[in-house]
Design a binder for this molecule. Structure first.
Ligand code: PRP
Ligand code: URA
Length: 209
């Protein structure tokens, strides 16, 4: 069964409050999402494998550690997932970045895929799929299925805010994928928006309406 991790770190919760605030403008919203993504990445990478190496300090040679194995693959779901990529890359600059383009049909709320480009050696990488919002869960479930269809077998999902409906859908469709969020909200409204949420993440990040 998938695990759901809610990050209760005070810095993450403090910044999330400003991200939710409707008075926060595009520039500040973007900066805050970037900062929270970096803080979440610090926690989510806690189990990354290490290998022992020798390093020559100015004093002597000692055993130390380096990240082992294939590089991490980050996969933002377009558009809004893009807002979290740079924050993570600040900590893990060597990560490869794939993209899955999906939009949610406003009437049916069903995800429509329009673009997929992943790094090579999909089978050997650990992936983090990134999207600020897990609402009905349709987009995340579809994006992760798209990765699995191409051979991915180690996937985590990282979101800012999740609705219980989205978590349930993910747990049913992808019980092997752990979910990392900064907040779990109350419900969805009739338009499929997370309540209280933060509004439309893509519009707030990119200044569209
Ligand atoms: C938003 C959000 C998620 C999706 C979540 O994207 O960024 O991808 O909705 O909703 P779901 O869990 O019900 O699928 P949107 O479809 O608005 O596209 P955009 O990022 O291009 O604005
Ligand atoms: N997509 C968003 O951007 N916000 C929501 O609340 C739900 C889906």
């Amino acid at each position: 069964m998938a695990k759901v991790y809610v990050f209760d770190h005070p810095l993450i919760q403090h910044k999330l409050t400003y991200i939710r605030d409707k008075h926060t403008g595009t520039k500040e919203f973007r900066e805050l999402v970037d900062e929270v993504a970096a803080l979440m990445a610090y926690e989510i990478t806690r189990d990354m494998p290490l290998q022992e190496v020798d390093v020559e300090t100015p004093v002597e040679v000692c055993r130390s550690y380096r990240l082992a194995g294939k590089k991490l693959g980050l996969v933002p779901i377009l558009r809004a997932g893009l807002g979290m990529v740079d924050g993570i890359l600040k900590l893990i600059p060597a990560a490869k970045v794939g993209h899955v383009g999906l939009y949610r049909d406003p009437k049916t709320l069903q995800p429509v895929e329009y673009y997929v480009k992943l790094p090579s050696d999909v089978e050997e990488r650990d992936f983090i799929v990134i999207d600020p919002m897990l609402a009905t869960g349709g987009s995340a479930v579809e994006a992760i299925q798209s990765l699995k269809n191409r051979g991915a077998n180690s996937i985590k999902l990282m979101c800012l805010i999740a609705a219980p409906e989205g978590i349930e859908k993910m747990e049913q469709a992808h019980p092997d994928v752990d979910i990392f969020v900064a907040g779990v909200d109350e419900k969805l409204n009739e338009k499929g928006y997370i309540v209280p949420g933060l509004g439309d993440a893509g519009d707030r990040l990119f200044g569209t309406k």
